[in-house]
Design a protein around this ligand. Sequence first.
Ligand code: BDP
Length: 718
Amino acid sequence: MRRWWRIWASALLAAMAMHAPVQAEDGYDLWLRYQPLPEAQRVAVAPYAHSVVAEERGSDGTIAIAAGEIERGLAGLVGPSDEAAPGSGHVVLIGTAAAPSIAALDLPLTTLGEDGFVIRSVARGGKHMIVVAANRPVGVLYGAFALLRRLQTGADVTAFDLRETPRVALRLLNHWDNLDRTVERGYAGQSIWDWWKLPDYADPRYTDYARANASIGINGAVLNNVNARPDSLTGPWIAKAAKVADVLRPYGIKVYLSARWSAPVELNETATADPLDPAVATWWKAKANEIYRAIPDFGGFLVKANSEGQPGPQDYKRSHADGANMLAAAVAPHGGIVMWRAFVYSQVDPEDRAKQAYSEFKPLDGAFADNVVLQVKNGPIDFQPREPFHPLFGAMPKTPLMIEFQITKEYLGFATHLAYLAPMWEEALGADTYAKGKGSTVAKVVDGSLERHRLTGMAGVANIGSDRNWSGSTFDQANWYAFGRLAWDHALSSEAIAREWAAQTFAPDPAVVDPVVAMMLESRQAVVDYMTPLGLAHLMATGHHYGPGPWVSDLARPEWNPVYYHRADREGIGFDRTASGSNAVAQYAPPVARRFADRSRVGDDYLLWFHHVGWDERMASGRSLWAELVHRYDRGVASVADMQARWAALEPRIDDARFEQVTRFLAIQRQEATWWRDASIAYFADVSKRPLPEGVRPPAHDLDHYKAISHPFAPGHH
Ligand code: BDP
């Protein structure tokens, strides 16, 4: 009886399995889905699927991962097929010059550096080979992922002739993850680092994290929040970080830690944190030694000092250079670095906040040790939807500067709004500092080519969490992806990156890729328009920064209040940063300063960032400033409606789960864009005492309604 029951049950299960969908698209696979290729390409790729040759496979973990990835990828791309007869003379050959078959090919590897790779199609002696070669195993891994990316986006297997090297050395994620697993400005669940169970248990997810990062060239992760706790530098926490480092290492990813300046004092191990006190330097040296014993390839420290209430060397009347150099000396013997953040503004300084970092750091140019790099946010305030480039870029020729972007969308709608950020980053990297004449772009400062710096890098504040789909939404995965791709090669266009992401994430079909890319490319300007048009900034609600709060004026420090930034009154709006105002323009090289200071040349995008403009003044469009502002808010909402329409038309081509979630998130975005628009217009109409331009829809509610909205439990705020 029991036996019959078992047979019946297994038959039922088998039948169910046959009818189950091939794969549920819950977003976990990111851009590494490896779905079957279109037929013609599939037939061309199939013969390679079962013959990946990697002679170093047994001796090197990274090569083994690369080979396994190609096998996994090809199996998915080809699907079950008969074309894949082993011995058909088709081979994927991967390795470094230490592999005899690679050495025999005599490839030009010398100029590839540490991380570069070549991919070649080689036909020789009746054999068809795809060769992936590099100087180091990690280069082979990058090449493996590049090969799979190319195949998924339509490459011809017989015509590979590719050579890539990354433009910057440090391609890092900065996790703002706390030790209790909350994430500062995180909107994708809890921290992926399950600290409590570490080091005894390492979640398999760390491996998938490493794999996803390696696939886009990311080679470092700062594990903990810049607002750091001293605890993360104690023995038990070093052991936890070491375990994570062990998992990430074969993927070419180094671990870094944020260090709290006052840690030795708070841990009761020194009496002071004065960087010039020998006991303090000794403590940090010993601490570095302890960390390197546990993590031999530890990357180094990231430090937020004397900013937003964090302790730092200035508490002891020492400079940022004194502080950075003392830490740098502690990690230097191990090859470590210090990333010192330039995001500083003082609690007590009345100077225009946009000027403070430059005033603080510019005089220190040349004072930093060789293994210190300054980490500078893309703009002078704080990750706003649009900012001009940070004036420190180009202003400190003797100091390596890495750029910091925020991938997580603290100021751009958290995880529900669709905002593809690559256009913003492209804009910052492409900005011309004129530091050494025309063409001295921020990108050239960051990649070191302008001043021949070797310590170069990009950091992105991660948007990764414990959510099944990693980033809180499908389209936020694109921001993680784009950050990695731009860090690898800042010359890639945001459109090209969107195309390859969409092809891999949804389908390579142009009927999918084209509309998805169109949505992505319009999305960032849409957010600018409905939140902070025409160069406005920092008008978000207090604390969590979700939703509008342009009226807020009662916070303790002037620069915490939106009214500080927009300066709207009966006559006009905008922050005068020309010579008649804060003169922040003078921090830029003269040709840039002249353009920003010139009302007729600054352009609409930065107008109110640099100028206080009368409500009735004429804009390039012919509208008054007031009418233009209202128009921008309306345009932003209209763009969201446009994205909704494009997405709706994709229903037959997208899997149900992801289609449905994006649809709902776009509806939230539409609703909230309208909220931003209505609240902002209600407020500025009240301040300016101007009637709404003709034909404009009045806000749905009065100003008090919007002022009364509060969100005490918005995520990401601690
Ligand atoms: C601000 C965030 C704050 C961060 C800070 C930083 O609101 O949570 O600590 O940046 O970058 O934008 O240090």
